[in-house]
Write a protein that binds this ligand. Sequence first.
Ligand code: DQA
Length: 146
Amino acid sequence: MKILVLNGPNLGRLDLRDSNIYGDIDFAGLVKFIIKSGEELGLTCDVRQSDSEVEMISWLHEAADQKIPVIINPAAFTHYSYAIRDAADMVSSPLIEVHLSNPMSREEFRHTSVISGVANGTIAGFGPDSYRLALIAITGMLKGVK
Ligand code: DQA
């Protein structure tokens, strides 16, 4: 089973971001971790990153059309992109929102997610493990485990 793992703006430059918040992993390391975590669960992860809202939306359209489950870290788009929310809402397969950090313990503007309302669930604050936990959740959902 293929899973699309979508990452929003500035996550491609993780190594240059605040390591107190995002840890020491760079994006290439995160991709490796996600692919390996997926393989351990029998899932093939297609991990992508874009700084472009247009590209993120086109990937969500692809997931909707091909009924591919999605893990999405919308990054800053989380907090204001109604266009990404509307695209995510069209995905009928499982869609889980993830964050490396816990936005609720950060600045107030990060306390709002316009994506959460159309996601099956949100996992935040566990660093790269947020993605691994989302993969476990998707495995359970695909098996029909509640
Ligand atoms: C983030 C949290 C967002 O608030 C922020 O804009 C990001 C990363 C996270 O993974 O913790 O870019 O989504």
